[in-house]
Design a protein around this ligand. Structure first.
Ligand code: DAH
Length: 344
């Protein structure tokens, strides 16, 4: 019996030494086999020892050997938990938990707003067109009835690449490009990026987005312009929205109008509203009947056809709609701002 106890103590010491050297699964398996293996394991040799004991000693010896076995098993489990990649935690993953989703990115708020505009116009049978951001003087100005040195050009100053090439100041040149290729009936919108010589402030940037609209057919009148734009704005901002048309001037339309909507921030109630300056109205787009000279420039007969057009700032209108005080927020790439528009 003393012999057995001594042997157990010796095995325990040996186990402690060898287990300190285990670094991987293979070492662990070898250690387990050395101590608990059926054939030549230490445990088996202890049971062999028991055979030579008297019947009275056997139960006590059995208890000692089993305690030794428990001790080894417990240490092996602890050892296994400490091995790289095989911790208890690794094996106790709850597979029923929903996975942690990665942030995949999402459409930009200006793009989302543009899509809303496109959907409304597509619902009315409009097609979508686009054109180049680097334009010639002819498309950006001349064909739209801005002769060289016309004072109206001052409001559309831009970055010139050469005397003749410039960054387009509006989406209107695409009207010309489309009418050169397609004949009436034409019913299109043209969303896109435009550029101006602007000093940056909360509502002005040298780059922004516009959407242009153009309808050309026989018998088109100002009533069609009014009806379509009112329908669009009320779908966008609310059925009861107040809309007003004010006379204005654009070289490429005659007559021309500027369109205001009621201030959706103060509801025309706050004389000190910072958004509408207390006027109750927000100018939102320019529009008018296509000037006969523009039709002549693209070989469409103004005696036979008439049309209307409009141009609206997408980011400006999105600011109003989402009530964003700074246009710059759209372009600072701050995810805390951008993610708010894609809450799913
Ligand atoms: N192109 C004008 C601008 O950038 C907006 C505009 C006004 C477009 C009247 C039109 C229009 O098509 O008919 O300020």
């Amino acid at each position: 019996m003393t012999n057995l106890k001594g042997k157990i103590e010796e095995y325990k010491k040996k186990f402690a030494e060898e287990s300190a050297r285990v670094r991987d699964e293979k070492g662990l398996a070898e250690l387990r086999n050395e101590f608990l293996g059926r054939k030549k394991g230490c445990l088996t040799s202890l049971f062999d020892e028991m055979k030579g004991l008297s019947a009275a000693e056997k139960p006590g010896a059995g208890l000692l050997i089993n305690a030794f076995k428990d001790h080894i098993q417990e240490k092996l489990t602890l050892l296994e938990g400490g091995l790289p990649g095989r911790g208890r935690a690794a094996r106790s993953i709850d597979l029923t938990l929903p996975g942690r989703s990665l942030y995949w990115g999402a459409p930009h708020p200006v793009v989302l707003f543009q899509q809303e505009i496109e959907n409304i116009f597509m619902g009315m049978g409009f097609a979508i067109e686009d054109g180049p951001e680097i334009e010639t003087d002819y498309y950006n100005f001349e064909a739209l009835n801005f002769p060289p040195h016309h004072p109206a050009r001052d409001s559309w100053d831009t970055l010139y690449i050469t005397d003749n090439l410039l960054l387009r100041t509006h989406t209107s040149p695409v009207q010309i490009r489309v009418m050169e290729k397609k004949k009436p009936p034409i019913r299109i919108i043209i969303p896109g990026r435009v550029y101006r010589r602007e000093t940056t402030d909360p509502t002005h940037l040298p780059m922004f987005y516009q959407v242009e609209g153009l309808v050309v057919d026989a018998g088109i009148t100002f009533a069609h312009l009014k009806g379509t734009l009112e329908y669009f704005l009320r779908t966008m901002f609310g059925e009861k929205l107040k809309v007003r048309f004010r006379p204005s001037f654009f070289p490429f339309t005659e007559p021309s109008a500027e369109v205001d909507i009621e201030c959706i921030v103060c509801g025309q109630k706050d004389k000190s509203c910072r958004v509408c300056g207390g006027t109750g109205w927000k100018e939102i787009l320019g529009a008018g009947m296509v000037d006969p000279q523009v039709f002549k420039n693209v070989n469409i007969d103004p005696e036979k056809y008439s049309g209307w057009a409009f141009g609206m700032g997408i980011d400006r209108t999105a600011m109003l709609s989402y009530q964003i005080p700074e246009m710059r927020f759209f372009y600072e790439n701050d995810l805390r701002f951008l993610r708010q528009f894609n809450l799913k």
